[in-house]
Design a protein. Structure first.
Length: 508
């Protein structure tokens, strides 16, 4: 019988150097260096790692400066290959240490440099960084920048991210203008910078966040695709609306004014305004003048009570905060999410008095004096519809009814009931039932009802849908909190007449 011998060779150690490097790339640098003790085949494999990440907080000897700096020095000294990416996260380092490391990196043809500092550090970026001509990506956090006089720019830089960086207006302008290939620019909470001159730039993504006072100089060739503007300024720069090549625009925190000579944005496809103040006429002008606008998301700041949206090609609309009145003309709309809660308690009290006098004319009273929405056209392409409705508040419910009345093609309807209250006002859904007006949702397949509390107005709404949807397949009801479907509520639901024989009610 032959004696079988088992080779004791290390299969992993026999892997190619390239595979070993790939393995070590997924380890913290401290652990990657320790693999040298595994065998001679693993010794100094880490020395050719193209990506190095040093996070002071993750080292065992936290806050012991010489241990951390000693480790960084050793790795950089013994490193034999190119360093494509270097990330440094520190809090308790001396400036001369960081200067030394940046100087070494400047000789390694670094492409991606990220420096994240935490207070109380006050660090001036070493001048050698500005002569790393292979840089593609730079991220600097909480430091000071003073450009050297002989700075010639970053000709290959595509991404520049500065956060809490102290830099003069002149140096910021020079830095940005020198990045001829810049595609993404992010400036957040900049210090000592009140003016950003990006005239002539063709960045695809621009994010500006936290400028207490920001003047942005731009021309019509500014942005190739996307602006993400988060300023916190009193007035947003109107010349941004001259960027004719703009495709996506997101603006947060500010006031939007459309200039009188606004010619429109012919390529704009999506617009997002979050906590932005604007007049009804400004929103109307903006939406009317963007012929390719397909997506609109609004979260108006307090005080923007009237929304006027008119867009021939708008397909998706999302309104996530309160308003008093919405005028909407969007014939091609196919997906809508609307916040319909009525926060005007005085108006609700007023309508209570009117309804008591004209109870049999409920719809007329609401239409003439208290319509939350004005919808001149029928939505023939609206397939998906989502509402947030306050059941028991007849103003909010009537707004939902106005939409439902105009949606012949809706297939999926989702309702979120918010703060259901049993007001003494008439039940609009019962009124519709007794009025014998004919309503038919010929395409409605699914209704999802979120936040169900079992209120009488909610039950009446469900009955209204069941009586008006001939092809309805199911109603999915989700209760609010831990409410358990009571027997009497179940009985009421099961007794409701169903126009669709296959319609089922699912309670989850």
């Amino acid at each position: 019988m032959k004696k079988i011998t088992i080779s004791s060779s290390d299969i992993i150690s026999s892997l190619s150097s390239e595979l070993k490097v790939k393995i070590l790339e997924h380890l913290p640098i401290r652990d990657a260096v320790r693999t040298s003790v595994l065998s001679t085949k693993w010794r100094y494999v880490w020395a050719s790692l193209p990506k190095l990440v040093f996070d002071e907080h993750k080292f065992m000897h936290d806050r012991i400066n010489f241990r951390f700096s000693e480790s960084v020095d050793r790795v950089l000294l013994l490193h034999t290959g190119r360093i494509l990416q270097f990330k440094l996260v520190v809090e308790f380092q001396r400036s001369e240490n960081i200067d030394r490391w940046i100087f070494v990196l400047s000789r390694k043809k670094i492409q991606d440099f990220r420096l994240i500092l935490f207070e109380p550090m006050d660090y001036n970026v070493h001048s050698s960084l500005f002569f790393c001509h292979e840089l593609r990506h730079v991220r600097l956090y909480n430091c000071n920048i003073a450009l050297p006089r002989n700075f010639n720019g970053f000709s290959k830089l595509t991404t520049l991210r500065l956060c809490e960086v102290t830099i003069s207006n002149g140096d910021l302008k020079s830095l940005v203008s020198s990045c001829t290939q810049l595609q993404r620019l992010e400036l957040m909470y900049m210090k000592n910078s009140t003016c950003l001159d990006i005239e002539g730039k063709e960045a695809q993504h621009l994010t500006i966040h936290g400028f207490s006072l920001c003047l942005i100089l731009a021309n019509s060739h500014l942005i190739d695709k996307d602006i993400d503007l988060i300023t916190g300024v009193v007035n947003l720069p109107t010349n941004l609306l001259a960027c004719q090549s703009l495709v996506h625009l997101k603006v947060c925190d500010g006031e939007l004014t459309v200039p009188e000579n606004f010619r429109g944005l012919d390529k704009l496809e999506s617009l997002r305004l979050s906590n932005v103040r604007f007049s009804p006429n400004a929103l109307k002008t903006l939406t009317l003048s963007c012929p390719q606008l397909k997506e609109l998301a609004l979260s108006p700041s307090p005080g923007c009570n009237d929304l006027n949206i008119q867009s021939e090609n708008l397909q998706s609309l999302k309104i996530v905060s309160g308003f008093e009145h919405l005028h909407l003309v969007a014939p091609l709309l196919n997906d809508a999410s609307i916040y319909l809660l009525s926060e005007n308690r005085w108006e609700h009290a007023k309508i209570q008095q009117e309804i008591q006098v004209k109870n049999d004319q409920l719809l007329e009273v609401l239409a003439n004096s208290h319509a939350k929405v004005t919808l001149p056209l029928t939505f023939n392409y609206l397939l998906n519809l989502y509402f947030e409705v306050e059941f028991g508040n007849v103003i909010s419910e009537y707004a939902a009814f106005c939409f439902l009345e105009k949606t012949n093609a809706v297939q999926k309807l989702e309702i979120k009931a918010c703060s259901a209250r049993e007001y003494s006002s008439p039940n609009i859904w019962e009124h519709l039932k007794s009025s014998r007006l004919e309503f038919s949702f010929d395409c409605l397949l699914i209704l999802r009802f979120l936040g169900f509390s079992g209120a009488e107005t909610e039950l009446s709404f469900l009955e209204f849908i069941l009586n008006s949807a001939p092809v309805l397949e199911k109603i999915v009801i989700t209760s609010v909190g831990e409410i358990i479907m009571q027997t009497d509520i179940l009985k009421k639901l099961l007794k409701f007449k169903r126009l669709s024989k296959q319609a089922e009610i699912i309670y989850v």
